[in-house]
Design a protein around this ligand. Structure first.
Ligand code: ADP
Length: 172
């Protein structure tokens, strides 16, 4: 598995699957979630509603998959990051679950190239450096990594990009 770092808008990335930092309702929201639903069109929301009717949304740390509507990628994997409050250790575990469950869903769906945003580091206020360490460690430790060709970390803001760059270059 290769790891790549990009500074970009994830809605413009052409890969097998992009990951969405969704919320438990799966009804769309602000940040990257809003951008994905806006550009992807209502077919994504329709599938989210079906999932919600079937299983009642998506719990924090878990992931579900839909089509990608008008986006260049084939699928969107929606995962719900933890809000940074309360038990910090529990929140860190839940953030790792987001990456791991998204990767498992990718493997189950034959997805070879997957792009992640910086889950929970926007509206959910997870500290960016801690979130980046968890994201990179969880991806590197993924037990089925041979079944994924490439993971792309897509940073939208300079601060996250610099944090990821530092960790990926200096802590190999
Ligand atoms: P959360 O609620 O999980 O914190 P946010 O969407 O608020 O989710 O933020 C998660 C990360 O996604 C933030 O680092 C934010 O800068 C980034 N982000 C926002 N819009 C985009 C986009 N279009 N492409 C990639 N990343 C984005």
């Amino acid at each position: 598995m290769k790891i790549e770092l990009l500074k970009a808008d994830i809605t413009e990335i052409n890969v097998d699957a992009i990951v969405n930092a969704a919320n438990t309702s799966l009804f769309g929201g602000g940040g990257v979630d809003g951008a994905i639903h806006r550009k992807g069109g209502k077919v994504i929301l329709e599938e989210c509603i079906q999932i919600r009717n079937r299983q009642g949304g998506c719990k924090t740390g878990e992931a579900v998959i839909t089509n990608a509507g008008n986006l260049p990628s084939k699928f969107v994997i929606h995962t719900v990051g933890p809000v940074w409050n309360g038990d910090k250790e529990e929140k860190s575990k839940l953030l790792a679950d987001c990456y791991e469950n998204s990767l498992n869903l990718a493997v189950e769906n034959g997805i070879k190239i997957i792009a992640f945003p910086n889950i929970s580091t926007g509206i959910y206020h997870f500290p960016k450096d801690k979130a980046a360490e968890i994201a990179i460690k969880t991806v590197k430790d993924f037990d089925k990594s041979s079944q994924i060709d490439k993971v792309i970390f897509v940073c939208f803001d300079d601060e996250n990009y610099e944090i990821y760059k530092e960790i990926l270059e200096n802590h190999e």
